[in-house]
Write a protein that binds this ligand. Structure first.
Ligand code: MG
Ligand code: ZN
Length: 256
């Protein structure tokens, strides 16, 4: 993850304390573990805050340009008629995506990560303080566009949504196995472009099933509207299941 690619979220502090990876692989691994353990602790705090209000949180992950924001823009309006919805937008720069969400009438907070290429649980915690959360609602967290390190960072969400545009190629599940392994659902987006690109849906399904048999797969065109009803149904199902889940206050997950 980011310790090795140099994009640690708390960049300045981190580089001051850590030797270069080539100097000590074991030391880097230890720092990586403690960074992730601290993230897991904060993610658990976030999850408890959600659970105390029966809020269901979704972490949206993909490469840049897969259509995450368009999918949200074209679904939060319908969803917000059924339940309270808020959005946290993660990007390195600009608040363009948050503005697009706010234009629908749904509250949104933008996190700019600067050089950081993922959201972490602490950032989400700070963003949550800016939002008026409502019981039984839904929180969407749009992660920074990146199929690598965001897979490692639990944000306290109840489900990970991985979006893959058909323009990216059907072999991406094989190339970014960690990301697809973590997915609760994979949204194959931009299916309206299938006639124009070399993307074998059946083959992609096989790859995903091989890596992660439990992942559901939805075929969607966020711009044309295909599959949006199924996507909203999936969200409602997850939300209903989450609301019905009896709560115990869970201890933070331990990394070994
Ligand atoms: Mg976006
Ligand atoms: Zn990163």
């Amino acid at each position: 993850m980011c310790v090795t690619c140099g994009c640690a979220s708390d960049g300045t502090q981190f580089f001051a304390l850590t030797p270069r990876p080539v100097e000590s692989g074991r030391r880097v691994l230890a720092v990586e573990r403690s960074l992730l353990a601290e993230n897991d602790r904060q993610a658990s705090v976030n999850r408890q805050a959600f659970d105390a209000r029966r809020i269901t949180a979704f972490n949206l992950l993909s490469s840049p340009g897969s259509g995450k924001t368009t999918l949200l823009v074209n679904s939060v309006t319908a969803l917000s008629e059924r339940c309270p919805v808020v959005v946290i937008e993660g990007d390195q720069q600009t608040d363009r995506d948050a503005q697009r969400i706010r234009a629908t009438g749904v509250p949104a907070v933008q996190i700019n990560t600067g050089k950081g290429c993922h959201l972490d649980a602490q950032m989400v915690n700070r963003a949550l303080a800016e939002l008026a959360l409502v019981d039984d609602g839904v929180v969407f967290i749009e992660n920074v566009g990146n199929l690598v390190c965001p897979a490692e960072f639990d944000l306290g969400e109840h489900a990970k949504v991985v979006i893959l545009s058909v323009t990216e190629g059907d072999d991406k599940p094989l190339k970014y196995e960690n990301m697809f392994h973590a997915a609760d659902v994979v949204v194959l987006n931009k299916v309206d472009l299938l006639p124009y690109v070399a993307f074998d849906v059946a083959l992609c399904r096989q790859y995903i099933a091989r890596i992660n048999p439990r992942a559901e797969i939805l075929l969607v065109s966020a711009t044309r509207g295909d599959g949006i009803a199924e996507w909203l149904r999936w969200i409602e199902q997850r939300r209903n299941a989450n609301i019905a889940t009896p709560r115990e206050v869970a201890a933070p997950a331990q990394r070994t």
